[in-house]
Design a protein around this ligand. Structure first.
Ligand code: CMP
Length: 143
C-alpha cells in the first residue's frame, strides 16, 4: 500500500487546524499510520527541503519550518501521494481550488499550512527523515 509524508506546518498547528485537516484525510479513506508532534531541527529541514536549498526563499522557509511544533505524519492508501496532493491543493493558496485544504484555509505561499510529498520516491525519502521504521504502524498486523 502506498505511503506518503504529510506535515502540518507551524502555522497550521498554531491556528488550531489539526483536527479539521486530519478529518479531511480520514473522510477520504486514507489511514494514519504514523504521527509525531515535534519541532523540526535545522538538519532535518535542510534534508527535507534539499531541492530548495539554492532558492532565494530558502532562509525564510528554514526559519519558518523550525519555528514551532509541526505534526509529522505518514498516511497510507491507494495512490496516497497524488490523493493527498489533491486534497492539499496548489502550493500558492491563492491558486489552490476551493475545497482543498490550502484553497479553503490558507492565503500565503510561505504559510501554506501543510506539506505533502510530490512523488513516491520523495515520500520514501521524507518519511525516513522523520520516522524510524518501527514508528510506522500496520493496521493489518493489529487486526
Ligand atoms: P511545500 O509544499 O512544503 O514545499 C516547499 C515549500 O517552499 C512550499 O510548500 C512553500 O511553503 C515554500 N515556498 C515556495 N515558494 C516560496 C516562496 N516564494 N516564498 C516562501 N516560501 C516558499
Amino acid at each position: 500500500m502506498e505511503k506518503t509524508y504529510i506535515m502540518i506546518k507551524p502555522d497550521g498547528v498554531q491556528r488550531g487546524l489539526i483536527g479539521q485537516i486530519l478529518q479531511r484525510f480520514e473522510a477520504k479513506g486514507l489511514k494514519l499510520v504514523a504521527s509525531k508532534l515535534m519541532v523540526v531541527s535545522k538538519a532535518q529541514a535542510e534534508k527535507h527541503y534539499q531541492e530548495h536549498v539554492e532558492r532565494s526563499f530558502f532562509p525564510e522557509l528554514l526559519g519558518f519550518i523550525t519555528s514551532g511544533p509541526v505534526l509529522a505524519m505518514v498516511w497510507e492508501g491507494d495512490q496516497a501521494v497524488v490523493t493527498c496532493r489533491n486534497l492539499i491543493g496548489k502550493t500558492n493558496p491563492v491558486e489552490a481550488a476551493p475545497g482543498t485544504i490550502r484553497g479553503d484555509l490558507a492565503l500565503h505561499t510561505g504559510m501554506n499550512l501543510i506539506h505533502g510529498s510530490d512523488s513516491v520516491e520523495s515520500a520514501e525519502r521524507e518519511i525516513a527523515i522523520f520516522f524510524e521504521q518501527s514508528e510506522v504502524q500496520s493496521y493489518t498486523k493489529a487486526a
